[in-house]
Ligand binder design. Sequence first.
Ligand SMILES: [Zn+2]
Length: 235
Amino acid sequence: MKMKTLTTMSLLAIAALSAACTPKASLRPDGRPGDHLTPTERLLVSRAPATQPLKLVTNDVPAGDVFLHTASLSVDPRDPALGHLQARMQATVDLEKGVGIAAPQVGVNRRFILVKRLDKKDEPFHSYSNPSITRSSEATEVAWEGCLSIPAGFGQVRRAQSITLRHQDQDGRWLTEEVKGFTARIFQHEIDHLDGVLFIERKEPGELIPKDEYRRRKEEQKQRPTSESEKAPKT
Ligand SMILES: [Zn+2]
């Protein structure tokens, strides 16, 4: 078990080093063929079946904290390796009962995220390559957030109520979309991950609430009606 952890952390360190050695990639406006996952990143992703969750990078480990604070490089949305990464990220977020996940949370510093579309019928997960926010509403609201990479607990964060999202589809075409409500919050949280920013750096003053305590409060809330903004799924 210890060896496995060490091996994983070594791979993370190599992946981070590899990313750091590709200086121009992060400056590109869009994902191009040169932005395919590196051999090290492909190894990290492909060494287990698509149904197997990836190990989460968490900020309670020094190397993990450094990794999570590293800005991600762009990705080529046509990279064949992305399908396997997407499947394993999905397995990971499903296991954790989260509503969003960014590639750096599983050791791949690439601009690729999955978001549960709470604003769509049946609330499906969608993947997004090279997402960015081109407009944020002046109107903001505060709500609880948790993070798969932050075991310490939940905190309250002020975010824009609506955003304009820009991203590339699987063929590399750029798309824009207006997103509102808690789904807009998930996008803001996940895109922050791509810039090496964690919600604890944006949270309102005060200590984090331990996850057990948060769940107890949530149970209490179930006794009365809640608005969408009071939900705090992990992302
Ligand atoms: Zn997160």
